[in-house]
Design a protein around this ligand. Structure first.
Ligand code: CS2
Length: 499
């Protein structure tokens, strides 16, 4: 249904009716977007999916019509406003690509439906029953996989998984949703969709396969065997820095282009997608619009996660503690930039297998330049979120790998100590901030109660594993850095170690 244009004196709302009235500099879907049937269901409909996979699909549809429209599913109750906003806009939205000097705005037409999962899981399962749905793609963040980061296996004690085992047809977790939807297809004798993880989890396809199959096996051995034999879980590497859209971003879009968009996404111009070509029911021709299909994604994924995501984390807690709000400010600080580059060069590069066609030196430089882009106004608050699962999944494996080889982990340990200091929720000047982490309450209490003693936080098994206390070199570094940070402040400690 096309909504009438909501014109006010100065602005109009984005929707099908107003699309043709937008300024001509704004790129619009160059295809009959309203007629594109859904072939992909995507969970969860965050800013990153809208700036990345939905854009590749939009470009593909513009090249050649196909049945690859996306039904985006919001996985959290807080996604309701976004879903409502999108529905009011005929699921159209804008992407503002902000380079250091220029901004390009485009309207994306590939998102064809939007729905909310909480309170509505039967409707999502029904959507997944449609045989036209050939791909179920995911950006559910590391914690959405309900697994143990140390082993990569399903965490059977995760409350959502406990719930889903007791109520397999009314799942709460996305993993439970996938199993329920696949069970329906198996029972109907229907072909399964491909499950495409687009999260920053090393070996994301393999891990998703393991976790989904494990949950299925706890319910029904035959279903688990059918999933193993029939469902494809390609590995992928995804990359595009996409900050949280702010009210100021929306106001600036309206001021500049004269329309409002409740689902605006802001991102950097850089974009990369590397995938394995394992799609049992077909896929959009993403390779024609810049995605790269390779035999083994793992080296690319590891390089991206360890050099970009881990270095984001390495910078995040020191930068936040130093009072930097925006990523470009912290990343342009000479001392922090030197610390980040040293960790990249001394502690990460040697853990990476050769990456075909990728020269790591310019890759590292480009990452630091991307962080320093002043236009996208990404925040340390975003990068600091979910630290426990980012550190457990992305950083601890590097520490363990290096220690096994007798290599030093000073820079990574310094970051862990900075994280412990951050977990108190109180700055040196006594101002407070809120932690956004699945383990927030427990970690904050531990950080406050134990102060300069790092051991109680190091003993958190969900983050550091069972045997962390045996990793003496790492434990000693963290235990030495934490009191120094309390005493001298983080900048001084980095100065001492990295000047
Ligand atoms: C970031 C990522 O969440 C984080 O900590 O490192 O969201 C990062 O911006 C993207 O993975 C870039 O591709």
């Amino acid at each position: 249904m096309t909504r009438p244009a909501l014109k006010t004196a100065s602005s109009m709302a984005l929707n099908a009716g107003t699309l043709s009235s937008l300024p001509s500099v704004i790129q619009r879907p160059a295809y009959d977007w309203q007629k594109v049937p859904v072939g992909i269901v995507h969970v969860s409909l965050g800013a990153f999916h809208r700036s990345h996979q939905a854009v590749y699909t939009d470009d593909t549809l513009a090249q050649k019509p196909g049945s690859w429209g996306i039904c985006g599913v919001g996985a959290l109750p807080s996604d309701k406003n976004l879903i409502d906003g999108l529905q009011a806009q005929n699921t159209l939205y804008s992407v503002a690509m902000k380079g250091p000097k220029t901004t390009d705005v485009r309207i994306v037409g590939s998102l064809r439906e939007a729905m909310l999962m909480p309170g509505n899981v039967q409707a999502v399962l029904k959507r997944l029953e449609d045989p036209a749905v050939k791909i179920l793609s995911l950006t559910i963040t590391e914690k959405g996989y309900c697994h143990n980061p140390q082993t990569g296996k399903l965490n059977e004690k995760n409350p959502a998984i406990v719930h889903d085992l007791a109520n397999p047809n009314e799942p709460q977790s996305v993993i439970g949703l996938i199993v329920a939807a696949l069970r329906w297809r198996q029972q109907q004798g229907a072909a399964p969709f491909t499950v495409l993880s687009c999260d920053n989890l090393p070996g994301n396809g393999h891990k998703t396969a393991d976790i989904v199959t494990a949950l299925a096996r706890l319910q029904d051995e035959k279903l688990a065997n059918w999933i193993e034999a029939n469902v494809a879980f390609p590995n992928t590497m995804v990359d595009r820095i996409t900050p949280v859209t702010t009210a100021a971003d929306k106001v600036s879009l309206t001021e500049r282009f004269g329309y409002t968009d409740e689902a605006l996404v802001v991102c950097e111009p850089f974009c990369q997608w590397i995938l394995e070509d394992k799609f049992t029911l077909g896929r959009p021709a993403w390779e024609n619009v810049g995605a790269q299909f390779v035999g083994d994604v793992y080296p690319y994924e590891l390089a991206k996660i360890r050099l970009l995501n881990v270095i984001h984390t390495v910078l995040a807690y020191p930068a936040f503690l130093m009072g930097f709000v925006h990523v470009h400010e912290g990343a342009s600080d000479a001392l922090l930039a030197r610390y980040a580059r040293k960790v990249m060069d001394d502690e990460i590069t040697s853990t990476l297998p050769p990456v075909p066609g990728l020269d790591l030196e310019p890759y590292k430089t480009t990452i630091l330049e991307r962080f320093a882009n002043p236009a996208i106004l990404d925040t340390w608050e975003r990068i600091c979120s979910d630290g426990s699962s980012k550190i457990a999944n992305q950083l601890v494996p590097i520490v363990y790998e290096r220690l096994t080889k007798g290599q030093d982990v000073k820079g990574l340990a310094l970051l862990v100590a900075a994280w412990f200091r951050y977990l108190t929720g109180v700055q040196d000047d006594k101002s407070t901030y809120t932690l956004n982490d699945p383990l927030a309450a427990r970690l904050q209490k531990l950080a406050k109660d134990s102060g300069t003693d790092a051991k109680p936080l190091l003993a958190v098994k969900e983050v550091f594993g069972e045997q962390v206390m045996e990793k003496t070199a790492f434990v000693n570094h963290v235990c030495a850095f934490l009191p120094m940070i309390y005493e001298k402040g983080i900048r001084k400690v980095i100065e001492i170690e990295y000047s």
